[in-house]
Design a protein around this ligand. Sequence first.
Ligand code: UDP
Ligand code: MG
Length: 315
Amino acid sequence: MRDVHRPTDTLAVVIPLYCEGAHLAGTLKVIVRALDDLDMAYRLVLVDDGSSDDTWHIVQAHCRDDGSVQGLRLSRNFGKEAALAAGLEQAEGDAIVVMDGDLQHPPELIARMIDCWRAGADVVEGVKQRRDLEAGWRGAGAKLFYRLFTGLSGYELRGASDFKLMDRRVLAAWRAMGERSLFFRGMNAWLGFKRAEIAFAVPARAGGDSGWSAWQLVRLAMSAITAFSSAPLYLVALSGVGFTLFALLLAVQTLYLKLSGQAVDGFTTVILLILLVGGVVLLALGIIGSYIARIYEEVKGRPRYVVAETAGPPR
Ligand code: UDP
Ligand code: MG
């Protein structure tokens, strides 16, 4: 049990923002109201992920008006994962909360998260209530991804969201993870620590549209799977073993037929085998290729994001 309620405890709240200008002023008001109700000093870290609208102006205005708000603008749109990482690198506090900037993560839950944290949990996760999981192709895609991810990596992520509270020790451990391609939910699950869950219903977006394109989601899913599981590579090796055994059997049969003088023209068999083996070889190359792509990304050692501008009190 943590020392219950130390008056010196501070909270940092990290929010990645991409083109949320349309509703940002109102959204921040709601969030700040919830934070003001806490019995804890807080600091807000707003990360503008290279928005093309007026998101950054609104962030700057807030930093001028409110000394507890700090702004960060990335030099272009690096994606939510990178924006989150940028905010987490800056965040300082005894507890750190990560949430979306579209009110889909209800700010009034933060108080309950803090209670769980004070009761001893190191990570408090907001878990989407099952019936709120998305419908349509996004939902079907997400379902397929979570099945694959859990099956291959062993980490259960279904219902998991990026709405989380972390103890400062968890943040320190996260910072020590040096990988370039980021998947916060998976990284957080990998870290372990004492975890607690809070279920929440996902409200509608405060305004605007989801900033993710279908292709970005597919890329995120691919990079998440290759980052957390080598199982596809073993599957390639395993199918190699299977095919070799099959080939041995066929070789024995073929030789026997040939030697006993009853070899027939197995044209169909040959065509089918070529097609099948060709397909498997290409698939295997694709899987290996996606791991090589990851190695290439990591080896380049580029920064995860580039900060163009900051606003608010210097640290
Ligand atoms: N976001 C971001 N960069 C992006 C896309 C989204 O920082 O390239 C932010 C966005 O502003 C929001 C959060 O990530 O605060 C979640 O995004 P969104 O609501 O579009 O995703 P969804 O709720 O559909 O998962
Ligand atoms: Mg959203």
